[in-house]
Design a protein around this ligand. Structure first.
Ligand code: CTP
Length: 215
């Protein structure tokens, strides 16, 4: 019966009406978490960027494209007791993305693309006046996993960070498996590292941990 807000998938940021900047997120991990929390009885709002996955059963799906839309949808979904930010939110959007298609100039230089920073949804939720009781983020890293993840926990003000290695040789980004360490503070001995398993398995382990937290 608790309300859980889950973000999933990539965000896509328009360059012009026909082109965009995106990333390799499949949404598999976020969707699996939403499905698992719903199956355990939570009321789930899943805010997702464009993915090819079907909506999990029994969740309220809010489809968005950009990071700014994702933030708006998340804030509109509050209050919630639980927030899990699994989306791979684009860090930047294209400043002044035009409404007309950019055209090649014969022999001319490629158009410059100026970027502007996107809102950090995890950070905003962590400091929101209607902050969920438990805010969980991910740290997708290609190196210095523990150090970068612990820094993210502090910087973003969330309660847990699920650290995962997304180096290309792990196949994690877009793949079916994930290897996670749950980090809840500076004390490394308190880290909870789970064996490499399917993203569904990770979702199950996280849901069990959330239930334990609330009981
Ligand atoms: N996140 C978010 N909004 C953003 C960027 C990230 O909500 N604009 C969330 C992600 O959903 C994830 C966590 O923050 O839960 C960390 O995302 P990650 O991509 O690992 O880190 P960044 O904040 O983008 O930092 P960096 O690019 O420096 O690694």
């Amino acid at each position: 019966g608790r309300h859980a807000l889950v973000t999933s998938g990539p965000t896509i940021e328009p360059i012009d009406p026909v082109r965009f900047i995106a990333n390799r997120s499949s949404g598999k991990q976020g969707h699996a978490i939403a499905a698992e929390l719903a199956s355990r009885g939570a009321r789930v709002t899943l805010v997702s960027g464009p993915v090819t996955l079907p909506s999990p059963p029994a969740v309220e799906l809010v489809e968005v494209e950009t990071a700014r839309q994702m933030l708006e949808a998340c804030e509109a979904a509050l209050p919630a007791e639980i927030a899990v930010c699994a989306a791979a939110v684009a860090d930047w959007h294209v400043k002044d993305a035009g409404t007309a298609k950019l055209k090649k100039q014969d022999g001319g230089p490629p158009p410059p693309i100026e970027l502007a920073e996107n809102p950090d949804i995890l950070r905003r939720l962590s400091s929101h006046e209607a902050r969920p009781d438990l805010v969980v983020g991910f740290a997708a890293e290609t190196g210095n996993l523990r150090e970068n993840a612990a820094a993210k926990l502090t910087r973003k003000g969330c309660d847990w960070i699920l650290a995962n290695d997304v180096a290309p040789d792990t196949g994690t980004f877009g793949g079916d498996d994930n290897e996670i360490c749950l980090i809840s503070g500076a004390d490394e001995t308190a880290d909870e590292c789970w064996e490499r398993q399917s993203k569904t398995g990770v979702a199950r382990a996280l849901s069990a941990r959330i239930i334990k937290h609330f009981s």
